[in-house]
Design a protein around this ligand. Structure first.
Ligand code: ATP
Length: 238
């Protein structure tokens, strides 16, 4: 569903991506790990067509994002670290607004259903979101993704700053989306969550994918060890 092929991006003299090859299938939660500046956000921004590649392709559902940006955007939902919502609108109003913007409209009951599925307490749906905690805002972001019936979900450090319970709830919701067949790509610094929630784990370093692991085949301790080995000069096999 998501495929990067020899994907390259430079900012001025900085080579942020140096020929990235990666695939995320439906039903996968692919967790992208890497130090600050490794190229994780750049990868996500290329799939979203926020920026254009200097070489290679980012494809969604087999379509090149740079060539068919409108079609590919319909297949995607995006959850950044801070979900952008209108503070003076309620969760229901925000959800309806963003859903209509994406070309889909539902009944009030259906919107409530999406918010419920995203884990928002029933009483909160009619409250202005400026009174919401960060975890609640992330849930509205997930409800927008559900209403959009997105085939692929791109997340950039979505659980940063969430308390462990909120982070756990968010991860449980991702598992439900995965079970529905969505392809999920998540940049994160949270090795524990990557192991718990991810199906696959990619380690990025200086614009390259230096390792790919199956989450089920490594222990927490091994994942941390492998990650740290890569972060040292020379990498895992030096
Ligand atoms: P973090 O974990 O800090 O979010 P990241 O892995 O997401 O890091 P990117 O944000 O993709 O990393 O950055 C990759 C490289 O590109 C870094 O060297 C960064 O300084 C550079 N970069 C990113 N965006 C820009 C920009 N708009 N202008 C110039 N350089 C940029």
């Amino acid at each position: 569903m998501l495929q990067a092929t020899k994907l390259k991006k430079s900012y001025g003299g900085t080579e942020a991506l140096k020929g990235l090859d990666m695939t995320v299938e439906g039903g996968d939660i692919y967790c992208l790990l890497g130090a600050n500046g490794a190229g994780k956000t750049t990868t996500i921004s290329l799939f979203l067509n926020f920026i254009r590649p200097d070489g290679g392709t980012a494809a969604v559902g087999g379509l090149d994002v740079a060539e068919q940006p409108l079609e590919t955007k319909k297949l995607l939902a995006y959850i950044p670290e801070q979900v952008m919502l209108y503070g003076n609108l309620t969760a229901l109003e925000n959800l309806r607004y963003f859903s209509r913007l994406g070309g889909r409209d539902y009944s009030q009951g259906e919107y409530r259903g999406f918010l419920r599925r995203a884990g928002l307490q029933d009483g909160a749906a009619g409250r202005r979101v400026k009174t919401y905690s960060k975890g609640m805002r992330q849930k509205v972001g997930l409800a927008v993704a559900l209403a959009k019936q997105a085939k692929a979900l791109l997340l950039d450090e979505p659980t940063a700053g969430l308390d462990p319970k909120a982070s756990n709830e968010f991860s449980e919701l991702l598992l439900k989306l995965k079970a529905d067949g969505a392809a999920i790509l998540m940049a994160t610094h949270d090795l524990f969550r990557a192991k718990e929630t991810g199906t696959r784990i990619g380690i990025m370093k200086e614009g390259r994918l230096v390792d790919e692991l199956s989450a089920g085949e490594v222990s927490h301790a091994d994942l941390e060890k492998i990650y740290l080995q890569h972060m040292h000069v020379g990498g895992r096999y030096a």
